[in-house]
Ligand binder design. Structure first.
Ligand code: FE2
Length: 194
C-alpha cells in the first residue's frame, strides 16, 4: 500500500505525517516540489521481457516522457530467487543507493510491480515514500535522498532519463539513512495496519 511518512530529520521516532491516502500523498509531496502520480496498473505477465513490459506501457511512457522531456527509458527489475548468488546480487543492489546522495538528473520511477521506498531529505524533514504498483515518483535533480529496496528486493520499475550519466550518485557522506526505519520495518508495519 502506497504510504508517506514524514519526520523531522532529528526525530525518526516521531512521525509528523503518516498517510496511505494517495490524494493526500500527492498534495503533500507537491508542497515540496515532488511529482507523485498514481496510474491504474497495466496487467502484465511478470515473466515477460523488459522490452515487452515497456511496450505494454507505451502510452503511459509516452505521456510521462513528453510532459518532462525524458529522452530515454529502461526497466530495472529484481525478483527473489532462492540462491546465494541472487542474495549477493540483491545485497549489492540494495547497498548501492542506501546512503544519502543526489543526482544531476531527476530520478523518475514508475512502479510496474512490487515496491521500494524513496527517502527524500528536504529542508529539515525526511519524507519516506513507499511506492507500489502504479506509482510514479519524480525525485527532482539535486534533491538529497536515498532508496531502500529491502532485504528481499522484488520490483519492476520503468526508469526515465533526461541526460546521459545524470543518474550517477553524488554521495553526501551523511549517515542519516542509518537512523531511519528501513524498508523491511516500514513495509511490515504498513502491511500489519492494512
Ligand atoms: Fe538516487
Amino acid at each position: 500500500m502506497t504510504t508517506l511518512i514524514t519526520w523531522h530529520e532529528n526525530d525518526p521516532d516521531q512521525p509528523l505525517f503518516h498517510s496511505s491516502n494517495r490524494d493526500d500523498i500527492r498534495v503533500e509531496l507537491d508542497l515540496h516540489g515532488v511529482r507523485y502520480e498514481h496510474h491504474v496498473p497495466v496487467t502484465i505477465d511478470l515473466s515477460a521481457s523488459s522490452e515487452d513490459i515497456l511496450q505494454a506501457h507505451g502510452e503511459l511512457v509516452d505521456a510521462i516522457s513528453t510532459d518532462e522531456n525524458y529522452v530515454t527509458v529502461d526497466i530495472a527489475r529484481l525478483h527473489p530467487v532462492d540462491s546465494d548468488e541472487w542474495r549477493s546480487t540483491a545485497l549489492a543492489a540494495r547497498q548501492k543507493f542506501l546512503n544519502e546522495h543526489t543526482h544531476d538528473d531527476d530520478e523518475v520511477r514508475y512502479f510496474v510491480d512490487g515496491s521500494g521506498i524513496f527517502y527524500l531529505h528536504i529542508g529539515q524533514k525526511v519524507h519516506a515514500v513507499l511506492c507500489t504498483a502504479g506509482d510514479l515518483l519524480d525525485v527532482p535533480a539535486n534533491t538529497t535522498h536515498w532508496f531502500d529496496m529491502g532485504s528481499q528486493p522484488d520490483f519492476v520499475a520503468i526508469r526515465f532519463f533526461k541526460v546521459d550519466d545524470g543518474w550517477i550518485g553524488n554521495f553526501t557522506g551523511n549517515d542519516i539513512a542509518s537512523r531511519f526505519p528501513d524498508f523491511d520495518t516500514i513495509s511490515q508495519s504498513v502491511a500489519a495496519s492494512a
